[in-house]
Write a protein that binds this ligand. Structure first.
Ligand code: ADP
Ligand code: MG
Length: 299
């Protein structure tokens, strides 16, 4: 998943705790091997190679993730769209590469979730456009932390935190008090005290942050920040927002929702979250202003 994983848990039996930690890490690796676009043997890579016009049998997990992704696509009129990869595949942030104008324009019509033909009865997926590629980077980590949470819970764990990059699940509290989770202002190079813009006391929740500071480079020609959250309408990095944090019950929702709200921008993003019971958002816009959904009272 190209990210750092951390698991913290309490258990009365040290040996069981060690075993659960190992199972949690093994689960992360299993999902990486299933969902990574870069591992040639992953199910995702296989589908990208073979699904153009030809329905491919896919696993229950891939069905779940694609179905959930389509739900967020419909909810956001395509702001969340796993076919973003039709163009997104040609960005390489580490190598400072982006598709040229001509390529981006040629491939842009392939970004459209309507090209995905998911048949839940036959358990198949086909692409209805020849240039379609999918990538589950906007949902896989949230799903992974949910899976690990389920493993820990089935082993009797009541208190834990699990995180994969910007996606975390928090089980229970921290021995009688809430976990304190800070959202930092990514553009703030200032002193230590001002770096965390907001502290949230949290228990039993999922929390996902999408930021334009995770994977990016600056285009020297125009000073633009080229980062990994793509606006499906343009095939270019989404603008206007610096970070979006979403709170909700499960990572497989908060993760795609953070990406969705990032693409939608402040007003439509907050409006969407306010319509979804059980979810909240904190958005930092590109001027540094912080915006909250109705369920959070500004400090
Ligand atoms: P992070 O990966 O840093 O946790 P996000 O949760 O915001 O950040 O997910 C960003 C990832 O989502 C990108 O690396 C890419 O794989 C995928 N992605 C980018 N743009 C979109 C989009 N418009 N719709 C769906 N997925 C996207
Ligand atoms: Mg996300």
């Amino acid at each position: 998943m190209g990210t750092q994983i951390s698991i913290t848990l309490w258990h009365s039996n040290a040996e069981t705790a060690e075993q659960l930690l190992a199972s949690g890490m093994a689960e992360m690796h299993r999902l990486d091997e299933l969902l990574s676009p870069w591992i040639e043997t992953s199910e995702l890579a296989r589908v990208n190679r073979l699904a153009v016009g030809l329905p491919q049998k896919i696993s229950d997990e891939l069905i779940f993730l694609i179905d959930k992704s389509l739900y967020f696509s419909r909810l956001s009129d395509g702001a969340f769209d796993i076919t973003f990869a039709s163009v997104g595949w040609f960005y390489n942030y580490r190598e400072r590469q982006q598709p040229n104008e001509e390529k981006r324009r040629a491939l842009l019509p392939a970004i459209n979730y309507q090209w995905l033909d998911l048949n839940k009865v036959e358990r198949t997926l086909a692409f209805k456009h020849k240039n379609v590629r999918i990538d589950l980077g906007g949902i896989a980590k949230g799903y992974a932390v949910d899976r690990v949470a389920a493993i820990l819970q089935s082993g009797g764990v009541k208190r834990a935190t699990i995180s994969a990059g910007g996606d975390s699940r928090i089980l229970g509290d921290k021995l009688g008090s809430p976990w304190m989770i800070g959202i930092k202002n990514p553009r703030d190079g200032g002193d230590q005290s001002s770096r965390a813009v907001i502290m949230l006391p949290l228990e039993n929740t999922a929390i996902s942050t999408s930021g334009d500071y995770e994977r990016f480079f600056i285009d020297e020609k125009n000073g633009k920040r080229i980062h990994h959250i793509i606006n499906p309408k343009t095939g270019q990095s989404a603008e206007g927002v610096v970070s979006v944090t979403i709170l909700g019950p499960e990572g497989s929702d908060t993760d795609p929702l953070s990406t969705t709200v990032f693409v939608l921008g402040v007003e439509p993003g907050i409006a969407l979250v306010n319509r979804l019971p059980g979810f909240d958002a904190v958005i930092i816009d590109s001027t540094g202003k912080v915006h909250y959904s109705d369920g959070l009272v500004a400090p």
